[in-house]
Each structure stands twice: as C-alpha cells, then as structure tokens.
Design a protein around this ligand. Structure first.
Ligand SMILES: Cc1cc2nc3c(=O)[nH]c(=O)nc-3n(C[C@H](O)[C@H](O)[C@H](O)COP(=O)(O)OP(=O)(O)OC[C@H]3O[C@@H](n4cnc5c(N)ncnc54)[C@H](O)[C@@H]3O)c2cc1C
Length: 521
C-alpha cells in the first residue's frame, strides 16, 4: 500500500488528523490496533472543558479549551449537550483560590458569573447545603464515541482509508527515514506493508512504544484515572470543585447517568489498568463533599483511562504535566519523516490535528489551508445508537408497535440492533455481541447485560449470525467486559444485581466453566 501520510492510532487525535488531512486533499491511512476509541478517547469524562479548570495552573490551555469548545458547539452540535457548569467551593477550600477564580477566568477570556448559593441549589438540588461559593461557567458535555465515529465517517467519505484491528509491528528504515511500515491485522493475520511519505504517531499512551520502533524517543510516564458511573443522572450541569485539580472533583452528566472522577495514579504497564476499590472510595469520598448524594447513590460501573505525561515538557506534579500537548518533530532523533502528537485533551483534539497537519503538509509541500475551523461535522445517522439517552427519546416517539426492545435499560429495539449489525457487516466486521457492544449502548445501563445479554444472544441465533456454541463464548466475553467495571462498585443494589447475574449465567448456564468442562457436563 502507498499513501502520503500513515497515522498510527484510532483515538480522537488520529481520526481528527485523518479528517483534517482529507479536507486538505491529502491521502492518508489510519491504522488502529484494536477498535476505534480503544484508548483514552473511549475512557474519559466526556467533559467539553470551558477551560476554567486550568485558569490557575495553565492559562494558555484554559484559553485553548474555551476557543475549541466554542468551535465544537458550533460545528458539531449533535455530539454536544449544552449543560452549563458550576464551580462549587465548600468549607475548607482555599479562600485565595476562590477569590482569584473569576478574575483568572476573565483574563483567559472565559465568561463566568457568581451565583447566589440558594439560587444555585434551586437549580441543582443535589449541591451541598454548606457550599460557600458557586460560579456559573460555560462547560458542556461531549459524547466521545459519537464524535470519533462521525469524524472518521466524514474522513472516509473524503477518501481517508481506515485499517481497524491492525497493529503497527515495526518499521524498515533507510537513511534516516521510515521507508516501510509493517502492520498486521490481529483478526485474520494479514500483513500490510505501507510505504508512506510521512508517518504520524498518534498512539496516545503508547506513543513511546511506537516512536521506539523507529528509533525515536518520547520520554513519558503514564497516569491512570478512574471514573464511576451513577445509576441516574444526578445533576443537569457539570459540577466542578472550586479548588486546584484533585481527586473526585468533577461530576459530568452523560445522557441518563452521571460520571464522577477522577483519580490520578502512576502505572508502569498499560496492560492492566482496571479500576480498584481504593480509587472508587477516593472518588466517592471527595465527590460527596460537593454533591452529598454521591455517598449513597447506586453506581453501575467503574472504568479507567490512561493519560500520557510528557516528561520533557513538564516534570512537575502529574496533574499539571498531564495537560500539555506534545507535537514532537523527530528530526531531533535523526528521523526525517516521523512526527508524534500526544497528550492534550479531547476538547482540543481539533487544534492538535490542525497543528500536526500543518507540520506534515509543510513537509509534503501541500499549501491547502486547514478547513476544520469552518467545516461543520456531518452527523452520520447509524451512530445514533451510541448516544446516551437519545435512544430512549427516539424509541418512545417513533417506535413501531411490533418493534420489541432488546435492551430495556438503554431502550435499544430490534430494529436498532438490525441497523447496527447491518452496518458492521458492511464494514466487514463479524456480526456478534462484540459489534453491538462497540457500536451502541446495549448492556451499558443499570442491568449491565443481565437481561439484554441473553435476549441479544437468542436474537443473534434467530438471525443466523451465530452458530453452534459461539453464542456461549460471546456471551461470556460480553459479561466479562461488563464485570470488569462492576467489580469495584459492588455494594448495595449493585451487589444484588451482580448476584442475580451470577445466578442466571453461572447457575443456569454454567458460564463460569471453561467451554470444554461445560461440554462434558
Ligand atoms: C481518565 C481520563 C479522563 C479524561 N477526561 C477528559 C475530559 O473530560 N475532557 C477532555 O477534554 N479530555 C479528557 N481526557 C483526555 C482525553 O481523553 C485524551 O486527551 C484523548 O482521548 C487522547 O486521544 P488520543 O487519540 O491522543 O489517544 P488514545 O485515545 O489513547 O488513542 C491512541 C490509540 O492508539 C492505538 N495504538 C496504540 N499502539 C498502536 C499500534 N502499535 N498500532 C496501531 N494502533 C495503536 C490505541 O489502541 C489507541 O486506540 C481524559 C483522559 C483520561 C485518561
């Protein structure tokens, strides 16, 4: 295969870059080792930062966040929920920080309004009764899955090529240049040899590993952040603690739930980043100071993502270092056609893509200007089953009487499942539970797959998508994926739910047994 630019990594940065290049008429291939959003882009808070969180530690980032979040609202309103946000201080929070906050926001160009505490509690009844200060800011939320899927769909319509489940395995070098990139499809073993004029390493927390394959150096360490999903939506707005960034200080509504986070723990290996009970406890304890109901609400799952921290950029505290964007030109390592883009935020992905595309285009001698500042992001219809809360509204207003619900918590009907599986088939993907899990919200609600898992598996057999005992194997994988997130939040009703799930799937179906034992039983 031949292309002008090969991009490694199908997170928000990689897909944003593919779309930017495609809009400039540059040919590119995007390769992702797993599926889209397998890294931090699928494991974050979904907060479209107003920038206020960074006004003290990094005013430059704060301004960028404000500008980029304003642009995304205008260009892709379908992936954004205009929630607004509050910054809330409670007794014991630093008075100097509170007093300086509005002035710092204004200096960064971000509108902020002091809010009377009783009036704020009328708007958000879950806020702590002892809150001492509340400021209203233009925070919003963004659906990272919908954003990435729409961005890639648009890039592909413009000619970009996408290789899913295709891992970069190594480079063949010649005179300080990457001549060939060797990639392998992890599902069918097929090898691709890609000859590209420029290589962009957008592999997030794996950027060091990818750069090392070409002899480049990205000095970084990785920090895990754990987030918790509540059973119900706790607040209408984003609620931030008015203090320097710390654990459990952001509560972000996401459709019908809220997401509380995050912690910040260094990790040595990216292979095991499961959330722990201790991290869950810290989030709940800290979060409940601003929203007391977080101490007693039901949580349905926890998940964790990893941020890359660039050591050369800032070796101060992990929280501050993690926010920086790193666009590294590896000419400094003697590599002429290799660039790394990592760090940053979901909120600023467009800007990161623009800066990277500018550098790459200058090397290619392409003078077409960036168009992502002005070109709206089209909404691709099939992705709507990924949007939290939307399926409910859609189903209630338009469903056909015979169109039964297969996932009740997230209101995904049979017609939705058919649409998702047809789309997966068009993309050459296997049409099973995994395809449904990645492309929709099935199994992500309160029952965490307990009821819909069985129903969906039966339906897949009805459609002839599954044969023999494939369903049992897929069902076990599907439940194991949900179980990873359930395990650290097992108390109260969530524990009862897990017991029921265990009784159903292990008691009735022997799913805890290896396949061979079950066959023999
Ligand atoms: C806990 C947490 C909460 C966050 N919350 C927010 C938030 O609320 N708002 C916000 O703006 N930002 C937030 N962020 C930051 C944001 O999520 C990231 O900045 C962004 O998702 C990074 O995207 P990326 O594409 O650079 O990296 P990633 O999404 O990590 O993508 C890198 C991709 O590269 C792939 N890859 C790796 N190696 C290879 C290989 N050899 N071959 C092919 N592919 C490979 C991986 O599979 C992965 O999919 C948060 C981050 C974390 C960790």
């Amino acid at each position: 295969m031949q292309t002008q630019v090969l991009i490694i990594g199908g997170g928000v940065t990689g897909v944003g870059l593919a779309r930017d290049l495609a809009l400039r008429g540059v040919d590119c291939i995007l390769a992702e080792a797993y599926d889209l959003n397998a890294g931090a882009s699928g494991a974050n808070h979904g907060l479209l930062h107003s920038g206020c969180r960074y006004v003290a530690s990094d005013p430059h980032s704060a301004r960028e966040c404000h500008e980029e979040s304003s642009l995304l609202r205008k260009l892709a309103p379908h992936v954004v929920e205009e929630t607004g946000g509050y910054f809330v201080a409670v007794p014991g929070d630093d008075e100097r920080y509170i007093a300086d906050f509005p002035g710092r926001c204004r200096s960064a160009g971000i509108p902020v309004r002091s809010q009377d505490v009783p009036a704020a509690r009328e708007q958000e009844p879950e806020l702590a009764g002892n809150a001492v200060a509340v400021f209203e800011v233009p925070d919003a939320t963004v659906d990272p899955f919908h954003l990435v899927l729409d961005t890639l769909t648009h890039a592909r319509e413009l000619g970009a090529r996408f290789l899913g489940h295709t891992r970069l395995e190594g480079f063949e070098m010649r005179q300080g240049r990457v001549e060939i990139a060797r990639l392998r499809n992890t599902r069918n073993g097929r090898e691709y040899r890609v000859r590209a004029d420029q290589i962009v390493n957008a592999a997030g927390a794996w950027a060091g590993e990818v750069a090392a394959m070409a002899g480049g150096n990205v000095a970084m360490r990785c920090v895990k952040g754990t987030l918790l999903v509540t059973h119900d939506r706790m607040t209408r707005r984003v609620i931030n603690r008015l203090r320097p960034p710390g654990d459990g200080d952001i509560l972000v509504p996401g459709g019908t739930v809220s997401i509380l986070g995050t912690t910040s723990v260094r990790v040595e290996s990216l292979d095991d980043i499961a959330p722990t009970v201790a991290e869950v406890d810290v989030n709940v304890e800290q979060g409940s100071a601003m929203v007391p109901g977080l101490a007693s609400t039901r949580y349905i799952r926890a998940y964790a993502g990893v941020r890359p921290l660039l050591l050369e950029q800032d070796d101060s505290s992990d929280r501050n270092a993690s926010r920086g964007v790193a666009l590294l030109d590896h000419e400094r390592d003697g590599l002429q056609n290799f660039v790394t883009i990592t760090g940053g935020k979901l909120t600023t992905f467009r800007l990161m893509a623009e800066q990277t595309a500018d550098l790459v285009c200058a090397r290619l001698g392409v003078h077409a200007p960036c168009r992502t500042r002005t070109t709206p992001l089209p909404a691709a219809e099939p992705w709507r089953w990924n949007e939290a809360g939307l399926a409910r509204k859609g189903w209630l207003s338009e469903h056909e009487p015979g169109d039964v619900l297969l996932c009740e918590c997230e209101m995904v009907p049979r017609s939705g499942v058919d649409a998702i599986l047809d789309m997966a088939a068009e993309e050459g993907e296997a049409t099973g539970l995994k395809a449904l899990n990645r492309r929709s919200r099935v199994g992500k609600g309160a029952c965490q797959g307990t009821f819909c898992g069985l129903r969906l598996t039966s339906y897949l057999y009805d459609r002839d998508d599954l044969d023999s005992d494939e369903g049992i194997v897929q069902l076990r994988d599907f439940l194991e994926e949900r179980w990873k997130g359930q395990r650290p939040v097992l108390w109260g009703p969530a524990a009862a739910q897990a017991e029921l799930q265990e009784a159903l799937y292990c008691g009735l179906m022997g799913l805890e047994l290896p396949s061979t034992d079950r066959e023999g039983a």
